[in-house]
Design a protein around this ligand. Sequence first.
Ligand SMILES: Nc1nc2c(c(=O)[nH]1)N[C@H]1C(S)=C(S)[C@@H](COP(=O)(O)OP(=O)(O)OC[C@H]3O[C@@H](n4cnc5c(=O)[nH]c(N)nc54)[C@H](O)[C@@H]3O)O[C@H]1N2
Ligand SMILES: Nc1nc2c(c(=O)[nH]1)N[C@H]1C(S)=C(S)[C@@H](COP(=O)(O)OP(=O)(O)OC[C@H]3O[C@@H](n4cnc5c(=O)[nH]c(N)nc54)[C@H](O)[C@@H]3O)O[C@H]1N2
Ligand code: SF4
Ligand SMILES: [Mo]
Length: 751
Amino acid sequence: MHAGTSYRVCPLCEATCGLEIRTRGREVIGIRGDDDDVFSRGFICPKAYALKELDADPDRLRAPLVRRNGTLEPATWDEAFAEIERRLGAVIRERGRDAVAVYLGNPSVHSLALSLYGAVFVRALGTKNVFSASTVDQMPKQVAVGLMFGTMLSTPVPDLDRTDYLLMLGANPFVSNGSLMTAPDVPGRLRAIRQRGGRVVVVDPRRTRTATEASEHHFIRPGTDAYFLFAIVHTLFAEGLVRLGRLAEHTVGVERVEALARPFAPEVVARRCGIDAATIRRLARELATTERAAVYGRIGTCTQEFGTLASWLVDVINLLTGHLDELGGAMFTRAATGSPHTRGTPGKGKGVRLGRRRSRVREAPEVYGELPCACLAEEIETPGDGQIRALVTVAGNPVLSTPNGERLDRALDTLEFMVSLDIYVNETTRHADVVLPGLSPLEQSHYDVILRQLAIRNVATYSPATFEPPADQVPEWRTLLRLAAIAAGQGDGADVDALDDFVVAQRVEQDVAAPASPIHGRNPAEILAALAPRRGPERLLDLMLRTGPYGDAFGAKSDGLTLAHLEARPHGIDLGPLEPRIPEVLRTPSGKIELAPEPIVADVERLRAALDDGASANGKMVLIGRRDLRSNNSWMHNLHVLVKGNPRCTAQMNPADAARLGIADGDVTRVTSRVGTIELPAEVTDTVMPGVVSIPHGWGHDLRGVRLKVAAEHAGANSNRLADELALDPLSGNAVLNGLPVAVERATPAG
Ligand SMILES: Nc1nc2c(c(=O)[nH]1)N[C@H]1C(S)=C(S)[C@@H](COP(=O)(O)OP(=O)(O)OC[C@H]3O[C@@H](n4cnc5c(=O)[nH]c(N)nc54)[C@H](O)[C@@H]3O)O[C@H]1N2
Ligand SMILES: Nc1nc2c(c(=O)[nH]1)N[C@H]1C(S)=C(S)[C@@H](COP(=O)(O)OP(=O)(O)OC[C@H]3O[C@@H](n4cnc5c(=O)[nH]c(N)nc54)[C@H](O)[C@@H]3O)O[C@H]1N2
Ligand code: SF4
Ligand SMILES: [Mo]
């Protein structure tokens, strides 16, 4: 058997670690960190080893499934597409496009094929009912930066390798390996801050691994970050610490922010946040007086009641302390494939528009073309014009990932038709009438088109497939194009290659027509010829790289980047540290940083009005989530190497609460919210602040019809049966997953 070594970037999380994979024939012999990867230098986490087991998992789908007499049975690709054409086609013809909804899950962002062709399918479908995991995740940040800087991906990332002070809220990168901050080995990079004499300050209702390794940690009451951050802003103005520097002439709205912060003095918010006023003032001063400092917030600051406000305030502070767009502060990436903020006219743009329409039932505003995924169940259940009658899920598991999973679970059963593109039959895809399998990660080529736009260094790495896919399997970009053809009314026999030619030709036409494009005015035929004979994701990627900020512009710039360059460098190409980009990066209509955007200003009153809420706690507990190093949202629980050992799905609570509630470590505990009840073992630990119960999401694999043998033995409970689908951050439509009131009691009798 042929033995070999291949290099590829791990597709499992945002850290983009380089892997060295040793193979013999079709078998994986070993996986280790790639010491020569320009970004990760050998770092990996335990999940990467599990790729071997994932690749070999007998439960991983290798053929399409079609429901016959109530059961999902293996079928050929042609049979599967014929069924989709017949039944999805019928829903579109009889009820219109909006009757079909689509849900895009998290791996859509981590897959080259899905990130490029998912959008092609969604466009062909032409429905208003687009949902994704973004509204249980980072949408508040995208709304905030969109309004401030002009595009939904204008996210400043902490310049980790050069900062001397990081204030981190609601993130646990020692476990998650970082998010909206792409960097391999975030733990090592955080340790390095302290080693060079800097400070890491963590604000979190749990004393996490990250908090333990930080210079200092403060418990904060869940959902109160916006008060805490506003109090810092208040202090900066009150103590004359505001320092705009170079950005003064590029910023509007500073006085407005000063006025908005006035009611939120540290002494006023301290009780609400659980952080004393002196600490808040000290942190404000430290941020303002440290030359290289940054504030960073993640899941805990997004998936909460004031998600957009908190996400906005993070960058307000970065700007007011002179750290936005400065070395060691919060900076903008310049990605090799380009971004919305590298295209168009530098320094000016159309900005973002939100709320162009509303959801049918709840009238929740659209955000970047999506509706809140917390609205999905009601849009399926509620009769009337525009009711969702069919659903396509792509790499998602909303039954476990989105609020009131039980209601959604029931609603999915009432659909006329459902298709899932996935690698497992899980809690969601068990409802599908047709399941189309994706490939093993090792059978796919890889480039992180989206994550590289959020990286703390400008790096480009392309990974070819480690193994050829089996002859009877179909790459996902082809599946999506075939689905797009059906959605567009072209039937199930479309010529996929011709469609792909059309997709790339359209993009080239747009590029040559765009005045700011580096190939403006060129002959499209010449560009297409230069891309030949590539096709599929590689052709689009080559086009994006060559028209991107470092690209060869198809011969116009000698030494410019092409996909061929990346193919010749399997350990990646380092394009250097982040550089200041203001004003060039801005795409707001004013050409300025909008520090006080109207929609955000209008939401501050809601924050002010809630200042006295919950301060007395009245014995109610609030729920927060958590992540585990050996888990990945709702999946990878079918891999023995990752789930063995003590159960991870426990309800963590403080000893003081446990004593008050008569709960001992290991007791079965009943947790109840407005929408549901779950039972799971208690884990009594002082790492959780009093009044808070922490339960990880993504568990609850004991449902009928799920085909995950290993996961079923480690089922756990679904925390999103507690999450309330009516609790949203109004500006972003993001679900409130942290800070929800719950009742906690012992489920087993004492003794
Ligand atoms: N309570 C609570 N809920 C949360 C969160 C929380 O913190 N607390 N976090 C939220 C966050 S941040 C996220 S991102 C969401 C995730 O929510 P989802 O994206 O809905 O769920 P995942 O668990 O990521 O499911 C990924 C699915 O993709 C499949 N898959 C994996 N690889 C591939 C592939 O290559 N191709 C295809 N077609 N399918 C693939 C898996 O089998 C699985 O079904 O969960 C959210 N839910
Ligand atoms: N091992 C592993 N890695 C992952 C994932 C995984 O499931 N497992 N998921 C991936 C995904 S999809 C994402 S989006 C990222 C997320 O990456 P992170 O944001 O780093 O993820 P979490 O570990 O959920 O950290 C959120 C922290 O917020 C805290 N928190 C909860 N409520 C509040 C609050 O109101 N205020 C504050 N200040 N803190 C609060 C929680 O206690 C928790 O420690 O991780 C990614 N990486
Ligand atoms: S940290 Fe993320 S990218 Fe790196 S090896 Fe682990 S799962 Fe893969
Ligand atoms: Mo996420």
